[in-house]
Design a protein around this ligand. Structure first.
Ligand SMILES: Cc1cc2nc3c(=O)[nH]c(=O)nc-3n(C[C@H](O)[C@H](O)[C@H](O)COP(=O)(O)OP(=O)(O)OC[C@H]3O[C@@H](n4cnc5c(N)ncnc54)[C@H](O)[C@@H]3O)c2cc1C
Length: 586
């Protein structure tokens, strides 16, 4: 079946919905989501969304921009970062006006709290001297993403956006640099639908599920990344994957940085506040890459705590904050500790370990969400991307906490505006009506395969090996092994078979397609990481421990090799405007 819409948005998280809100009612707009829209991963965001509102203390967008550039380890494009940090203040006001219920301070203004890497100069006359933490993160207890997502969803309903819930996108239609739409499967019936569109926006979220221990929802399988990559488009900076320092031990469920923002402390087996040794000024509020490395270093040097199953963790202690602060400001995450680990956070420390959390890299775009065709900056006509699946790039080699929800609303809106301008004059690119053939073949092949491999086995092996060989610390030997492993798993994936051969809510079928997407994103990630011979932000090479601005201050663009070989890597210079690269110390 073919359906026509001026705009088709894939993904109903914060980015997709914020873009949808921007499309004027006179244009038809469809939002497709493989889960019921408010179950998108944005709904799990806990800690906050930042903007230099100065509600608690003096702050400025320039402070925010400097922190973001430094946090990115100087890989973020500074022109894009300026756009985001300047627009942040308006973006928060706009959410408030839409009805988002923020927590309030004593004056009734939006309350703000500390978050890792968000600072201001200790002496205003010395902007690049010593910096101290600043309260910049706006929040709604520890359910910020949940209330943001619901506010945006309700606004979309008011604007009569058409939702296609539980539709799984299986193909992207691009010909000669022009996007014509997508093909999607209605999960309830396995029926294929061609969505013919003037403009398509990818807002498909992250791919944390490529790692064993992750904070990401099960739907975070990198479908958008893989669909672009398989269609010849590049993926940018995939080697930069953020590990959040505080996931619940063994489970990876996130304990928001808000816990440390409110005063929580990390401790090793001797009860020592070890961050004093790694980031003497900001300590537990150092950026995530540094805190994750510190935790793994403590464990490697024998100062972790050995769990009953032989794996190690360290402690996050919030007990000294008192029951009132914990119940008022951190109710969800302390509830997780009680439910999943049987720990009472008001009395005892929480066992934690780093958890795969966020993709800094993704589908390359400019500040208007237009998808780049190559490292030269040419764009694909009619194709846009926003949110975690996109790489603008504002997060560079390491994202600061609360900058992602901000990225969603700032660039979601800008993308919606750019698309509106585009569809005013654009026509539908012609289609034949047989656009679903490729998807039909993929699905039939999966149904007809009788191999002896199981999707779950290949996925688990991928997740385990990615965790070990492409995790917080990396080196040549591990990465080379992982490059080979991905090749091997791709071969083995040709021999899968699925048990459920039915057409109704066939999750076996969906997981088989998702496995292919995970393998494609892993291929781009591992090969980009293997090539980058330096340590920067989240990409830490034990064999190349220093940042190397001379050779590596550039973005990776990974293109899929049509002949099945290793991806072809090209590079694009970083945009530097006002902040000169410096050593990154906290
Ligand atoms: C536990 C957790 C806590 C976080 N806390 C914070 C925080 O406090 N502050 C902050 O700034 N950031 C936080 N982040 C990061 C931030 O929440 C995410 O980066 C962001 O929400 C991603 O939003 P998105 O709109 O890009 O995608 P998502 O919200 O992930 O939505 C993706 C959408 O794409 C759809 N989709 C994907 N593939 C397909 C397909 N094949 N077909 C159809 N639909 C598809 C899904 O159904 C979904 O609707 C957190 C992340 C996690 C995991």
């Amino acid at each position: 079946m073919v359906q026509n819409f001026d705009v088709v948005i894939i993904g109903a998280g914060g980015a997709g919905l914020r873009a949808a809100v921007e499309i004027p009612k006179e244009y038809s707009c469809a939002v497709l989501s493989k889960v019921f829209p408010p179950r998108s991963h944005t709904g799990t965001a806990q800690g906050g969304v930042c903007a230099a509102l100065s509600n608690m203390e003096d702050d400025s967008w320039e402070n925010h921009a400097f922190d973001t550039v430094k946090g990115s380890d100087y890989l973020g494009d500074q022109d894009s970062i300026e756009v985001m940090c300047k627009d942040a203040i308006r973006a928060i006001m706009e959410l408030e006006h839409m009805g988002m219920p923020f927590s309030r301070n004593a004056e009734g203004k939006i309350a703000q709290r500390n978050f890792g890497g968000h600072t201001k100069p200790a002496d205003p006359n010395d902007p690049y001297g010593k910096r101290i933490p600043v309260k910049r993160s706006c929040y709604s207890a520890d359910r910020t993403g949940h209330v943001m997502l619901h506010t945006l969803y309700e606004t979309c309903i008011k604007n009569q956006v058409n939702f296609f819930s539980e539709y799984f996108v299986t193909d992207l239609l691009i010909e000669n640099g022009v996007c014509k739409g997508v093909v999607a499967m209605d999960i309830a019936t396995s029926e294929l639908h061609t969505f013919h569109a003037k403009a398509v926006i990818f807002a498909t979220g992250g791919y944390g599920r490529v790692f064993r221990i992750t904070s990401n929802a099960h739907v975070g399988t990198g479908d958008g990344f893989a669909l672009c990559y398989k269609n010849g488009l590049p993926l940018e900076d995939m080697e930069f994957f953020q590990f959040h320092p505080t996931g619940l031990w063994k489970l990876g469920i996130l304990v928001s940085e808000a816990a440390r923002g409110e005063g929580g402390i990390l401790k090793n087996k001797d009860g020592e506040r070890f961050m004093v040794r790694y980031a003497p000024t900001v300590m537990d509020l150092a950026p995530r890459d540094m805190v994750s490395r510190a935790i793994i270093s403590e464990i490697r040097e024998g100062r972790g705590i050995r769990g009953s199953d032989g794996t190690d963790f360290v402690y996050l202690d919030v007990s000294h904050l008192g029951k009132e602060v914990i119940d008022d400001k951190l109710p969800e995450i302390t509830g997780f500790a009680r439910t999943y680990l049987g720990v009472e956070p008001t009395k005892e420390p929480i066992p934690i370990q780093p958890t795969a959390h966020y993709a800094m890299g993704g589908i390359p775009t400019n500040v208007n969400g237009e998808v780049l065709l190559n490292e030269k900056g040419d764009v694909v006509k009619g194709l846009y991307a926003a949110g975690e699946c996109a790489c603008v790039s504002v997060h560079g080699a390491n994202r600061l906490g609360t900058n992602s929800l901000l990225d969603l609303v700032v660039f979601g809106r800008r993308t919606g505006k750019a698309v509106t301008d585009f569809i005013k004059t654009a026509d539908y690119a012609p289609i034949s009506g047989n656009e679903d053939e490729r998807s039909k073949k993929i699905i039939n092949d999966i149904f007809n395969k009788n191999g002896n491999e199981k999707v779950v086995d290949i996925r688990t092996e991928l997740q385990d090996t990615m965790m070990n060989d492409c995790g917080v610390f990396r080196n040549e030997a591990d990465l080379k092994r992982m490059v080979e492993k991905v090749k091997e798993l791709k071969e083995r994936a040709k021999n899968i078979s699925i048990q459920d051969k039915g057409k109704v809510f066939n999750t076996d079928l969906i997981e088989a397609i998702e496995l292919d997407n995970l393998l494609e994103t892993a291929e781009a990630t591992v090969n980009s990481a293997y090539a980058r011979q330096e340590s920067r932000g989240a990409h830490t090479r034990e064999d190349f421990p220093k940042r190397d601005d001379e050779n590596w201050m550039k973005h990776t663009f990974a293109f899929k090799d049509e002949n099945g070989g290793a991806p072809i890597l090209k590079y694009k210079p970083v945009v530097v405007t006002r902040f000169k690269p410096m050593e990154r110390k906290y």
